[in-house]
Design a protein around this ligand. Structure first.
Ligand SMILES: *Cc1c(COP(=O)(O)O)cnc(C)c1O
Length: 470
């Protein structure tokens, strides 16, 4: 006779322990592993028929093992890739609360405190970043930067063209056109498609030698469009372009947009977080003049995906864009906005909880210190690359370096092969990118608050070894 069975391990405790110890285990893993789809599919067919129950704690362990085996580990301190952060334990803990309590954000009355926590946080964050005083803007969380940019375009259309909400583009007597730099994020043409403008309405404007939007080119493009019968209505300045980390000249753009009656959106999905750092604030001059702003907490702020934020200085236009009324939704509470009627989403996870727990734990000084440290590591990376004989192209104050050397050239295949060779060492993940002028460059971005100077040395050493071998 066997004695009483020990209680089954608690799946939440197992998952929490795996999450807690992940940073220690992570350094032993290669940042990247890219299996063939078939390899994973065959494993799932074989091992995961889903036809019988299994102990949940075992399932949790097995799935974590799969994630460790078959992922590009964006939380790895030597993942120098596309703005995907190492996450802080505080943020992970906040996300667990969101999953467990599962507040339904759609209607204020269903999640009063979760809604108010988000409101409080976003008013504080927007003001700290220099977007404006808390009463000057409305803000909400989004799935990410793409949704925030899409929201900006939609709100700007609704703001400008009075019949747009009811009749769509038929209400626009002239065809709307808008402007982004050649280095802007591709969520803009996608949003142009989604809102019915069509992708061609997104004009890609040339850049200067630092890969920043060129004001002269913008002015010519706007004039040309007006003469051709289009109605320019919107400009998106990028604060930290994806490939090169360029900061478009926001203050000059604000002046231009005010003069030309154009909505100015600042896409700072990654870079705008550094507006929180006092000594970098000057790089974001003009932010208080932008009509709207995108900022992703799931990038520089080291919070799990997804946590985009849309800030807008025209609350009534936001409400007009997303308004709706139904019989089955609970009635609004006093002056509070119901998210289902003032944002793109309807049912929504409490995205803000993880951000709130992370920011409240670190305090603003802690967040600023972390961002300052990452920026300093960016400076160190550029200096180390230069000292090792690399030419750093179009430097930015943000922690990102694009670099090349004469022997490598700027053709796609050679630069891709160089990045692949770094990844194949298992020591680091870097990317090949095409700069707005067409040159292919190597790109390394400090996306993790855990990246140390030693990690940077390892990257530069790997690059030097591979270059010597080439
Ligand atoms: C990441 C990024 C986006 C898209 O944001 P998601 O969070 O991936 O949806 C848009 N613009 C810029 C500048 C970005 O860095």
């Amino acid at each position: 006779m066997s004695g009483p069975q020990p209680p089954a391990p608690d799946p939440i405790a197992v998952a929490a322990e795996l999450a807690r110890s992940l940073p220690e285990r992570m350094r032993a893993l290669a940042p990247a592993c890219v299996p063939a789809p078939q390899e994973i599919r065959e494993h799932l067919e074989r091992a995961w028929g889903l036809d019988a129950p299994r102990p949940a704690a075992e399932v949790v362990r097995a799935i974590a093992a799969l994630l460790e085996r078959w992922s590009t580990h964006v939380v790895h301190p030597r993942y120098y890739g596309f703005f995907n952060p190492s996450v802080t334990p505080e943020a992970v803990a906040g996300d667990l609360l969101a999953a467990a309590y599962n507040p339904q954000l759609a209607a204020w009355t269903h999640a009063p405190v979760a809604n108010e926590l988000e409101r409080h946080l976003l008013r504080t964050l927007g003001a700290a970043a220099g977007f404006g005083a808390p009463d000057e803007f409305l803000a909400h969380f989004t799935s990410g930067g793409a949704e925030a940019n899409h929201s900006a375009l939609l709100v700007a259309l609704t703001h400008r063209f009075s019949g747009f909400g009811r009749e769509g583009l038929a209400a626009c007597t002239r065809r709307p056109a808008f402007y982004v730099s050649a280095g802007a994020h591709d969520s803009f043409p996608k949003a142009a498609h989604a809102v019915g403008l069509g992708r061609d309405a997104c004009r890609k404007v040339g850049t200067d030698a630092a890969y920043r939007l060129d004001l002269g080119a913008l002015a010519s493009s706007v004039q040309r469009d007006r003469r051709a019968g289009f109605e320019p209505f919107f400009v998106a300045a990028t604060l930290g372009t994806t490939a090169c980390g360029a900061l478009d000249p926001l203050a000059e753009l604000a002046e231009f947009c005010a003069r030309e009656n154009l909505w100015l959106h600042a896409d700072g999905a990654w870079g705008a977080a550094w507006a929180l750092v006092p000594e970098l604030r000057h790089c974001f001059a003009g932010l208080s003049l932008a009509d709207s702003l995108t900022l992703d907490a799931h990038k520089a702020l080291q919070v799990p995906m997804g946590a985009g934020i849309f800030f807008c200085r025209h609350p009534e236009s936001v409400r007009r864009t997303f308004r709706t009324a139904t019989d089955y939704m609970p009635a609004a509470a006093g002056s509070a906005d119901d998210p289902y009627a003032s944002t793109m989403q309807w049912s929504r996870r409490a995205i803000g909880l993880k951000v709130f727990v992370a920011l409240a734990s670190a305090g603003m000084p802690g967040v600023v210190g972390m961002l300052r440290g990452m920026a300093a590591r960016g400076d160190a990376l550029r200096a180390k690359l230069a000292a090792a004989g690399w030419s750093v192209v179009a430097p930015t104050p943000l922690p990102l370096a694009c670099f090349t050397h004469a022997g490598l050239g700027t053709d796609e295949s050679a630069v891709r092969a160089a990045a692949d060779a770094v990844i194949a060492t298992g020591d680091a993940w870097i990317a090949p990118i095409r700069a707005p002028d067409g040159r292919w460059l190597l790109r390394a971005c400090i996306t993790s608050h855990l990246t140390t100077d030693g990690d940077l040395d390892a990257l530069v050493a790997a690059l030097s070894t591979l270059r010597a071998r080439a």
